[in-house]
Design a protein around this ligand. Structure first.
Ligand code: GLU
Length: 493
């Protein structure tokens, strides 16, 4: 069998370390078996997908050293590799299912579906579509289509009995059909849902092994049924364990930076990152912590992945990165890497026009811009509390700013300025007063270049991480506190 694996990111946000981890395991597995690894962009959620996010994901994966044999940027025999460019293919396929009576057009209005859901919740019934349109006669369907009534296409699913399938790591998995909804395959606007597009593409792209995160286990029965409806062979499934925070909760940016670009900006070596991601649930036969990518490929055995919930521990990663720097880079190489990272002419020229206005001697440069090449700053709680604001007020400012900045599509100076100025206005504060805690959180001192310029140069990942770090320094926000903040925040505008 030709082994073909894939990573199928949805471009709806930051490039997540979890995507890097799943991509790595897919790539290593394919290489170990002499197969191919494909990158496919799953942008079926048109409202949440963006070109920017796609670019950032591809850039991050490339930076990590992930290389694909086929993809939207390099093409291949089975493209296009972006789902938004394959709409006709999905429409043709959904028609096959309708013709075979394995899917049906559903004309129910959103209002009816809302009412149905409310009733099911009220009466403690299982949630899901009740099948009303599944029994419409052919002539009734024709009539509604002639009337131009809007519809979605849903798949038929068995109402009871188990769906049993094999998972490479977990053995037999059994999920009751009673829990599976009559999934929408084609949306009202004629575009596919994830489930349809994913199965059609995995088949047409010749994917032999679907290696993905465990959050997709519950979707697998629908996928298997679709393969059966189409009469296609079913790929081998392997659901990898999700990455965890050190407290074992699901990896989240509140507890750990999750964007790959954060690690790039912080000056981690991609080789060390890849090495660390390779240790997520997997280990070398001799258990050594540091290994090269080629060693991982040679020794790889997917069945040895442990399901224990791999912990992504920043301290461990940082330690390993240090080992890589010391053991793998000559002084010359280290110099080159640093230059490539941030000590280059372009980076300097972004900063110098801002520094020049406040510079009296060259040696002022460290105070003005040292924070631009630092990681988390050595600030104390007292630095943040040094103004005449209460810690509650400071947390409000930092948390609200964080929420707004996390939503910014364009990270340019003007957008950052408008966002923060707008926030200070709705909080009824003078901009200068509002910015004080942000200044400390982002630049560490008031002797540096401006906080907005600093954020612009630092980029969203490090800027937001510093805000989170400052919030934690003051004591953090409890779950209850967060609820309260969310309430006052949403009442702001
Ligand atoms: N687009 C899905 C995601 O973002 C891919 C899931 C899969 O691999 O089937 O995770």
């Amino acid at each position: 069998m030709v082994v073909r694996t894939r990573i199928a990111p949805s471009p709806t946000g930051d490039p997540h370390v979890g995507t890097g981890y799943i991509a790595l395991f897919n790539m290593v597995f394919a290489l170990h078996k002499g197969g191919q690894f494909i990158l496919r962009v799953e942008d079926t959620d048109r409202a949440r997908s963006s070109k920017k996010s796609e670019e950032r994901i591809l850039e991050s994966l490339r930076w990590l050293g992930i290389k694909w044999n086929e993809g939207p940027d390099i093409g291949g025999d089975r493209g296009p590799y972006r789902q938004s460019e394959r709409t006709d293919i999905y429409r043709e396929h959904v028609e096959i299912l309708v013709r075979q009576n394995q899917a049906f057009r559903c004309f129910c209005s959103p209002e009816r579906l809302d009412e149905l859901r409310a009733k099911q919740l009220r009466e403690n019934l299982p949630l899901g579509y009740d099948g009303r349109c599944s029994t419409l006669s052919r002539s009734e369907v024709e009539k509604r289509l002639e009337d131009n009534q809007r519809y979605v296409v849903r798949m038929f699913v068995p109402s009871e009995g188990p769906c049993i399938f094999d998972d490479m790591l977990r053995g037999q998995i059994s999920i009751d059909w009673g829990q599976i909804d009559m999934q929408v395959l084609l949306k009202e606007d004629g575009t596919p849902t994830y489930h349809l597009a994913n199965v059609v593409d995995d088949h047409l792209m010749g994917i032999s092994h679907v290696i993905r995160g465990e959050e997709w286990i519950n979707s697998t029965p629908k996928h298997i049924l679709l393969y059966q409806y189409f009469g296609w062979s079913i790929p081998i499934f392997c659901h990898l364990p999700l990455l965890r925070n050190p407290d074992k909760s699901k990896l989240s940016k509140r507890k750990n930076p999750t964007s790959i670009l954060f690690y790039k900006r912080m000056g981690y070596l991609p080789e060390a990152m890849l090495n660390y991601l390779g240790r997520m649930g997997w280990s070398m036969p001799d258990d050594r912590e540091k290994f090269h990518f080629s060693d991982m490929v040679a020794a790889f055995d997917l069945s040895r992945v442990s399901l224990g919930g791999p912990v992504f521990d920043l301290e461990k990663l940082t330690w390993l990165n240090g080992v890589w720097i010391r053991e793998e880079l000559s002084d010359d190489e280290l110099g080159d890497r640093l230059q490539e990272w941030a000590l280059n002419r372009d980076a300097l020229l972004r900063f110098l026009p801002l520094a020049k206005q406040r510079m009296e001697t060259f040696s002022d440069i460290a105070a003005l811009g040292g924070h631009l090449v630092s990681g988390m700053l050595p600030i104390q709680k007292s630095d943040l509390l040094g103004t005449d604001k209460s810690s509650e007020e400071i947390i409000e400012i930092l948390q609200y700013a964080l929420w707004r900045l996390e939503k910014l599509e364009e990270w340019d100076r003007e957008s950052i300025f408008d966002t923060l100025k707008g926030l200070s206005e709705v909080m009824k504060m003078k901009l200068k007063v509002f910015l004080e805690p942000l200044f400390i959180a982002i630049t560490g001192s008031s002797a540096s270049i401006s906080v907005m310029d600093s954020m612009h140069i630092l980029g969203p990942d490090v800027s937001c991480a510093r805000l989170r770090f400052a919030i934690d320094l003051i004591g953090g926000v409890s779950k209850k506190g967060l609820k309260r903040l969310e309430k006052t925040y949403s009442a702001l505008d």
